[in-house]
Each structure stands twice: as C-alpha cells, then as structure tokens.
Design a protein. Structure first.
Length: 355
C-alpha cells in the first residue's frame, strides 16, 4: 500500500513537471527584422515555422519609419490599419501568441503593407504535456533571437530519481532516503553546502544585440560608444551583430585599427548578417564595419570586458537597457537549481511515508 501511494504521488508530480512549456522566441524576419525594404518575404518566412500557443514573436524595427498593427483577416488582406486590434510602436515589441488560430500583423505606414510588410502567423495548440518536445528547425536556430528549450534540466532530475527507483527495492530505497535525510541534516551539511556553492556558480551569461533594435548600421541611428558604455560585459557573454550583409560587415581589429578605421589586417571577419561573438576573455574587443566610410560615420564599437562574476558572488542584476530588447537575455535562476531543489524536496517528501 505504501509503495502504491508513493508511486501515485511520484506519477502525479511527474505529469505536472513534464508540462513545462517548450516555448520558442521568434524574431520576425530574423536578422533583417521588420522592414518594407523587400529584404524578407514574410509569407515564406512564416511558412517555415511551427508556431505554438505560448511562443513569442518579436518585432525589431526603426520606429521612426515603421510600426506594428495587429488587424483582422479583412484588414490584413486589404492592408487597412484604421481599426487595429493592437498597435505597437516601441521598435522592439514582443507579442505572446496566447491562443491558437491566426494572428495578422501589418505595418501601418502608408504603402508599407502593400510593399509586403505584413505577416500571417498561424498558431496551433501547445504541445501536449505527454508528447516529446518539438525538434528545432534550422530557421529557428539561425538567429540568436530564436531560443528553444528542448530538454529542461528538471527532467534530468526525474531520470536520476527513476534510476534509483529501478535499482533498489522499495525497502532499500526507503532506507537510503532516510539515510539521505539524516546525512543532510547532521553529517553532510558541509558537503551539501559545497554542492550548493558549485551549483550557484553556473554562468550568468548575457546575450547583447549590438545597437539593440537598430542593429549594426551606419545610418547614424545609434551612438555605439554610448550604447556600450551602458552595458556591463563579462567573460562568457555573447555579442550579436544583426545587419544587411549586402551593405555591411563586421571586422574585429586591434586598438590601432579601431582608432584609425583601418580594416586591412583584421583579427576576424564576419559577413553572415547575423553574427555571434563570444567574449571569451577580459579586455577590449574592437569591432568596425569594413565598408568604405562606415567606420568613419560611427559604425565602430569598443567592448570592454571584465572577468566573469565570481562563483561566490550574487548574480549581477539586470539593467533597464539589457531588458529593453528581447535579444538581451539574462539567466538569473538556472533551472538546474530548481531541479536539485526539487530532488531534495522529493527526498524529504517520500521519507514521510511509512514503508
């Protein structure tokens, strides 16, 4: 009877925990963003995605020239934004797809919708709690703004508990759980403390998009010196450059090359249009655009990186600038800590049952 009670309790908790949302974040148009310049066929872009309830859609654009209006199907087909369901004008707008069906978005500026700046998002119900996480697609992994959580670490904890349950009979498992409880409370408090410190040392890495929603440009929309001065870059952080690679590139250069805008002997060259650079050591990282005149126009950035946060220090708090864009993501409560906390809770919970 006791074994059945425990099995039922574990089963119910497993079902609840396995329902962790496998939500994805998509940036409309990927690195090109939300634009009317004809760089993106939004119909084709959306057709390659599998949108589920709970996913997030991010619109990055220059709000001096664009906006986002959610409209009805009729408004979408006729490019009529006079009675929108919702209007977004921030320049880096996040929309959660809260129900299944169609979400219609257009740009409300004259002529933009007609030029193709419109998108129909078809959303299907969220993946069943008992079905496996949907696999990543190449398009969803091509941008740093598209993040999928496919194997929540909480499931690893369940694998650990399940292995114990199979390896030992009920009586042995009971004995070991009671021993674990006693050791945790009396004998092994020091060891557990070290374990907690080790777990808390998980890297709190951040992802920054250069120029936020404006991206990497020479149009004078961004003062990159000011942009970088408001950030705290640490070893392990990631810098993302989003740009039109027909007109720009990214060259990592020396300090001398940075100051003179000389890209003839770069340390590294990036030309993809959505390039990711991991800041692997402390010091300065200098980047410029190698196209003639662009660096001189201000398309250059000096990233000052400090050593990674100590394992024993608290996680650095988020700044307003780092939270202003969906491309700046801070991981302050790693799910692995929740997993281990749950394992400890489960051990105490089971030890309360008579065997």
């Amino acid at each position: 009877m006791a074994l059945k009670k425990n099995t039922l309790a574990i089963s119910l908790l497993m079902v609840a925990l396995c329902g962790v949302s496998m939500a994805a974040v998509y940036q409309a148009g990927d690195s090109a963003g939300w634009t009317s310049m004809g760089q993106v066929d939004y119909k084709e872009w959306a057709s390659n995605k599998n949108f589920h309830v709970g996913d997030t859609l991010v619109f990055n654009y220059n709000n001096q020239f664009h906006n986002v209006k959610q409209v009805t199907q009729q408004g979408f087909e006729s490019c009529n934004a006079t009675s929108p369901i919702a209007t977004y004008t921030n320049g880096s707008d996040t929309v959660t797809l809260e129900k299944h069906g169609h979400f219609y978005f257009i740009c409300g500026y004259p002529g933009h919708c007609q030029a193709g700046q419109k998108i129909d998002i078809s959303v299907v119900p969220a993946t069943s709690n008992l079905s496996p996480a949907r696999p990543p697609t190449q398009s969803s992994l091509s941008s740093a703004s598209s993040l999928h959580l496919f194997v929540p670490s909480i499931l690893l904890s369940w694998a650990f508990v399940a292995k114990l349950a199979v390896a030992f009979p009920s009586s042995d498992l009971s004995f070991r759980i009671h021993c674990l409880r006693i050791m945790a409370l009396k004998k092994n408090s020091v060891a557990i403390s070290f374990l907690m410190v080790a777990l808390c040392g998980v890297s709190m890495a951040a992802v920054y998009q250069a120029g936020d929603s404006a991206g990497w440009t020479s149009m004078g929309q961004v003062d990159y010196k000011e942009w970088a001065s408001n950030k705290n870059f640490h070893v392990g952080d990631t810098l993302v450059f989003n740009y039109n690679n027909q007109f720009h590139n990214v060259k990592q250069v020396t300090q001398q090359g940075f100051e003179s805008c000389n890209a003839t002997s770069p340390i590294a060259t990036y030309t993809n249009g959505s390039d990711t650079v991991t800041l692997e050591k402390h010091g300065h990282f200098y980047f410029i655009c190698g196209y003639p005149g662009h660096c001189q126009a201000g398309q250059k950035i000096d990233i000052s990186v400090v050593p990674a946060t100590s394992n024993l220090s608290p996680a650095r708090p988020p700044t307003q600038s780092s939270l202003s864009s969906a491309s700046s993501l801070h991981l302050f409560v790693p799910s692995i800590l929740l997993s281990w906390a749950f394992v400890v809770f489960l051990a105490f919970f089971l030890s309360e049952f008579p065997y």
